[in-house]
Write a protein that binds this ligand. Sequence first.
Ligand SMILES: [Zn+2]
Ligand SMILES: [Zn+2]
Length: 238
Amino acid sequence: MREIVTDVYVLDGVRGCNVYLLGSGEELTLIDTGMPGQAGTILSQLREMGFVPSDLRTIVLTHGHPDHVGSAKALAARCGARILAHRDEVPYIEGARPMPAASALSRLMYWLTALWLRSTAVSVDGALLDAQMVHALGGLQVCHAPGHTPGSISLYQPERGLVFCGDALFNRNPMTGRRGLQLPLASVSADMAQARASARLLADLAIEMLLPGHGEPVSGDVPDRILALLGKPDDRGA
Ligand SMILES: [Zn+2]
Ligand SMILES: [Zn+2]
């Protein structure tokens, strides 16, 4: 694992998305969990840091895509951690409803992914709402950032200007490999008009560092760089 800033670690070798570990005391919080099959990789890094699995008390899921929720069920089973996600994302994370798709391509992709990954469905223990605080890193504010999915969230630590944005913004697109700050790919997002409106709201935060679900952290003029993206057309991945 690598400490990005004090008490914020990104774990190594996790397939899927960036998995962030928060905390230095007795209680740990994880943001997202990667693809299925990553629990062992995640827990071995906790042990290297001197923790035991039961120290992981909370898992916050930024949204319900399989590259983020894939190992949540296995981790919760092994650690007893409670799983938190936005209220509007709960039916998708729990497998009660199929993820809304913006295009026939994404519907086909979700269907193939579900076949390939088997079910990633997991029970959510706590439904979050916009502006609610999560007790980690001195207080993380939930920012509902719908568009990529209906219940996507970002998590904002106001004193330190940290924003864990999930897939509301990317710094590397895992589908196309394109690097740099960008809006989510339209073909795998539920509603791009909403995604743009959410990015516009994130640009209002005092962001010192953006920690995305994909790609390296972004710092330096982050709000202005987000606003600059909004003048560009959607990336449809073609
Ligand atoms: Zn996603
Ligand atoms: Zn993702």
